[in-house]
Design a protein around this ligand. Structure first.
Ligand code: RAM
Length: 337
């Protein structure tokens, strides 16, 4: 009798412990950790709206976080925390492509699927990278935009985000390559890049320094939603005739577009980016895709095919939508972005 009691007791303890363990994950379904470059960035808040939309449709739960200081160490701590909470997948925008590879590889070894989105985690630290458009298309669109605004002559520069940011660095590399190679830009003098670290005040101050250093500056490309309003405000306050183009939220830029500081700015829909990245993460967890070239990801109206990025095995999924904001289109976007 004592033996039977002991067995029943032991079974009860195991049952209690295992249900407590199950409750460590919110809900019984799939659980995703979303990590972005920095907290408090409206662009990433919009991307989380997209994750929420996917969660409503697919029934997963998720948490999201980004380091306050935009540091890689902060991102690594957040990822480690998600790993210990037992996430099934991580959806990550990296502030440094290489710094996150080790922790992401560790996650993958534990069976967690890793999707980078917006700013890539370098391969092999991810199963799949989801991007709004090809880096070359984004870079060349911005370059042609500023070239048009300055009538294809004079000094131009770039105010970027963090110096390690993989997405900005790639776009800038295409801008620099094209400036050298394309005769259409022969009369444009490139003064280089400064980094605002995706912080408003730093972007403003770096712009002020550029304005002081280059009295003949004609244009700035600002491929960051945090930097663009700061740069434009600095130019407006200084009363200088310097044109700005860049990647921006529409609502941030309406006044600067209407004031003529920007002829046009651009952005994909970050809500859609978070949405598609989440669908890809769920498809990976469910085994519907492996992240290999040729895999198909269907998310709402999107029906996308994974492409090979290089010969080493890295793969990428493009949304291929770049919207333009100008005096004619900006009003239609300000309630969305
Ligand atoms: C900022 C971030 C993000 C980038 C956008 C355009 O919000 O740097 O990574 O994609 O700008």
């Amino acid at each position: 009798m004592k033996k039977i009691l002991a067995i029943v007791l032991a079974a009860l303890i195991v049952l209690t412990l295992s249900s407590a363990f199950a409750e460590a994950k919110p809900g019984d379904g799939l659980y995703i950790g979303v990590v972005y470059k920095q907290s408090g960035n409206a662009y990433f808040q919009a991307s989380v709206e997209g994750v929420q939309k996917a969660a409503d449709e697919l029934g997963f739960t998720f948490e999201h976080d980004g380091p306050d200081d935009g540091s890689s160490d902060g991102a690594i701590r957040i990822i480690e925390n998600f790993i210990s909470k037992g996430v099934d997948a991580l959806v990550i925008s990296a502030n440094d492509p290489d710094a996150l590879v080790d922790v992401c590889t560790q996650a993958m070894e534990e069976g967690i699927k890793v999707v980078s989105y917006d700013a890539e985690v370098a391969y092999p630290g991810r199963d799949l990278d989801v991007q709004p458009s090809s880096a070359k298309n984004i870079g060349l669109t911005l370059l042609e935009s500023i070239a048009k605004s300055v009538n294809y002559e004079g000094q131009i520069g770039v105010v970027s985000a963090m110096a390690t940011a993989p997405n900005q660095n790639l776009w800038i590399s295409y801008i620099e390559e094209e400036l050298e190679a394309n005769e259409a830009y022969a009369n444009i003098e490139y003064v280089g890049v400064v980094y605002g670290d995706d912080e408003y005040q730093k972007s403003f101050d770096e712009t002020q320094a550029l304005l002081n250093q280059y009295p003949d500056l004609k244009g700035l490309i600002v491929p960051t939603t945090v930097g663009a309003p700061a740069v434009s405000k600095c130019i407006q306050d200084a009363g200088r005739d310097v044109k700005v183009t860049g990647l921006t939220l529409a609502s941030d830029m309406k006044t600067f577009i209407e004031a003529g500081i920007c002829d046009e700015t651009f952005l994909w829909n970050p809500i859609d980016l978070g949405y598609v990245a989440s669908y890809a993460a769920v498809a990976l967890v469910n085994g519907d895709i492996t992240g290999a070239a040729g895999d198909n990801v269907v998310a709402g109206d999107y029906d996308l095919t994974v492409e090979a990025k290089d010969d080493a095995g890295a793969t990428i999924l493009y949304l291929n939508k770049l919207n333009v904001f100008n005096t004619e289109t900006v009003d239609a976007w300000i309630d969305i972005l």
